[in-house]
Design a binder for this molecule. Structure first.
Ligand SMILES: Cc1cc2nc3c(=O)[nH]c(=O)nc-3n(C[C@H](O)[C@H](O)[C@H](O)COP(=O)(O)OP(=O)(O)OC[C@H]3O[C@@H](n4cnc5c(N)ncnc54)[C@H](O)[C@@H]3O)c2cc1C
Length: 303
């Protein structure tokens, strides 16, 4: 354990050498030196203040867009899922959600409150924090179209509020001030376009027909290049069903890589590289990953 942290395991939920495979939707990933799940904002702020500033800190929501390498994560992982779960409709009609709230829960509550359109949130099996980081979107909607402001925290535990003007928001990518993480956001939805859970259910059924939703994956691995679809390019390169170890390009949807049971993160990363090289050779297109890759390779592996 290389990280220096000052958390009291008896008080907070701190695990040492926590396998990240338990916290990623691909079900792969080596151990995090320290895994910390705060029970309150106060506990989170105290933890950040007491952690050695030289210790790397990573934030993880539901791990549904994350490839953690097999050697694991040096430093601290702050896990928001299952905590930071406050969600409410404010008196001025904004939806306020903390970073750990699952996006599907936001969609459900928007339907109950009669505001929308928030169907797109039901398409992402992640948290609000992950959706803000990725500008998650589905069914024609995107997270940042609705952001009024966000609350962020830095390494010193200082909490500030920022507006979208502080961020460069693109397709599945958000750039903002470094060294800050999302604590919560306020969204503006419209009572004239209420979220329809029936609509969500039918869109999800359509997805089930096209995507391998029963297998461990991280959804779409690559961003769609301008004017085209990554899945179409991968399929046209003959890569549907192609395997590296336990990782396989899905037969059902070529932009999904599935863990067939015993994949390692190295299998998945090798397959990602193979897809990128093959698509560049066949189509002259450089596919960019949507998924974030973090951590160290296992001893003897190359990154
Ligand atoms: C089956 C399946 C289908 C999917 N479909 C879609 C889809 O339709 N549309 C779509 O956009 N995505 C989709 N995804 C991808 C994924 O669900 C989204 O990107 C989601 O927003 C990730 O949220 P998360 O909480 O899992 O983030 P994680 O995977 O835990 O983290 C992703 C990134 O966000 C950072 N992060 C997480 N929380 C915070 C925080 N509080 N502050 C700062 N940084 C943070 C992490 O450090 C990491 O860099 C799909 C994934 C799966 C498995």
């Amino acid at each position: 354990m290389t990280a220096t942290v000052m958390a009291d395991p008896a008080k907070a939920r701190v695990h040492y050498n926590e396998p990240m495979s338990r916290h990623t939707s691909w079900r792969v990933g080596g151990p995090a030196d320290v895994w910390f799940k705060p029970r309150s904002r106060v506990e989170l702020v105290e933890f950040l203040q007491r952690t050695d500033p030289a210790t790397p800190v990573h934030w993880v929501g539901l791990g549904s867009n994350l490839l953690v390498r097999d050697g694991g994560i040096r430093g601290v992982v702050i896990a928001t899922a299952g905590c930071l779960e406050h969600l409410r409709l404010t008196s001025d009609g904004l939806v306020e959600a903390e970073a750990g709230v699952p996006c599907t829960v936001v969609a459900r509550h928007c339907a109950r409150w009669g505001v929308g359109p928030a169907e797109f949130f039901a398409g992402s099996p992640g948290t609000v924090g992950g959706a803000l980081t990725m500008n998650a979107g589905a069914f024609g909607g995107e997270t940042w179209q609705h952001v009024v402001d966000v609350e962020v925290v830095n390494r010193r535990g200082e909490v500030t509020r920022r507006t979208p003007a502080d961020y460069e928001v693109q397709y599945r990518e958000v750039r903002g001030p470094r060294g800050e993480w999302f604590l919560s956001a306020r969204f503006r939805f419209d009572a004239a376009q209420p979220t329809s859970m029936d609509g969500v259910r039918s869109l999800i059924l359509q997805r089930q027909a096209k995507q391998p939703l029963g297998m461990p994956s991280c959804g779409s691995v690559f961003r769609n290049p301008p004017g085209d679809f990554a899945g179409r390019l991968i399929e046209a390169a003959g890569l549907k069903g192609f395997r590296r170890g336990g990782a396989q390009v899905s037969d059902k949807h070529a932009n999904f890589i599935i863990n067939t049971g015993k994949a390692t993160a190295a299998d998945i990363e090798d397959l990602i590289r193979h897809v990128q090289v093959t698509v560049a050779e066949r189509h002259g297109v450089d596919l960019v990953t949507e998924v974030h890759v973090i951590g160290e390779p296992a001893a003897g592996e190359r990154a």
